[in-house]
Design a protein around this ligand. Sequence first.
Ligand code: HEM
Length: 395
Amino acid sequence: MTIGHEVGATITLQELEHDPYPTYERLREAEPVSFVPAVGLWLVTRHDDVKRVTTDPETFTAATEPSTLNRTMGENMLGMEGPEQQWIRAITEPPFRPRDVEARTQGMIPRLAGELLDGIVDRGEADLFREYADPMSVRSLCFMLGLDEVPWQDVLRWNEGLMPGLANFEGDPVKQAPADEAAGALHAAIGDVLDRLAEEPDGSVLSWMLHHEEGGRRMSRDQIVGNTTLMLSGGLQEPRDVIALTLWALLSDAAQFEEVRADRTLVKAAVEETLRWAGPVGTATRQATRPVDLAGVHLEQGALIGAVLSSANRDPRRWTDPDRFDIHRKEGAHLAFSAGTHFCLGAWFGRHLARVTLDLALDRLPGLALMPERPVTLSGWEFRAPDSLWVRWAP
Ligand code: HEM
């Protein structure tokens, strides 16, 4: 099979940012592996091909060259492959297992949700994206990691400061300088917490990484700092987006919203279906380690690939009526957390946080509805999120 790149050549960044799903449909049908000059990547859009790219690290490595991730954050698990990545996963996974997450957050998550809802409940309307989902996401992760003594506004600011460095593929020193400054401030703050934890271990992820021994050795300080920076960058905003997207999806469908409101065991299914239908992380970036054929297309060694998770999650070859949001769908696992060796470390924590946060909002905000005069706008393709979630309720 020979496939051209006619569709890929016409795609604009603007259309991807605005709404990538119609473009993904065209690509899946006509050019499932397509070089898209607008983004400088080979986009892979069919489910089975995305699965193959994410589960064959010897051929499709996450340790890309150059790695803006490693340069900006320091060495971390998403910028490497092989035994060292597996060793870091073996150390970092235990504190993110369900029982450990519940034990660490059981007092904190409901208490914070209660405080935030107390602050808005009498008002009868609010932007739940800014006033509820965002602080729930940022403050819960800082608490999980053990960074709750650092002002969370600073953590957010430093994290945002890293972004230009992550997008600095051309290695421009002017673009890199502010990112390095933000990374320096964040790394110093993490270092101070580590100094304290060396003397006073606690139940946080940072404390676990500092004291846990695996295969006869411990993580170095640099490894802890680099990987904590990755966890912040990967986890500060995604649970926020999942919370807001789930509410938006439900509130846009009165019948399914009413079902979930009346039967809270369905919150779990609503979060999962939102992750499939509108997951906030669009792509996983990989690089071909050797010449390889994928869906009839020849890729050279070094080809940079965007495995489009959100397209795989709407592929009609895999899902029935894929564009329909259906909380009763029973078709197995989606790819919103990727697959293989880099499957999201914080998946269970993110899900748990979203479920509890949503459940408590439904308890406290009766008659919840979107405000048509302040509509929700989604944008982005690598990361896709709403800009607000204005709702009203009966105070
Ligand atoms: C709940 C919403 C979240 C979504 C949709 C999400 C999505 C993802 C995806 C798609 C990947 C794989 C990227 C790839 O294969 O290239 C990933 C990796 C990762 N995520 Fe998440 N994430 C979420 C929450 C979190 C949270 C709360 C944390 C906090 C610890 C986190 C930490 C990480 C880390 C450390 C990795 C890299 C794992 C590795 O390389 O082995 N994520 N995430």
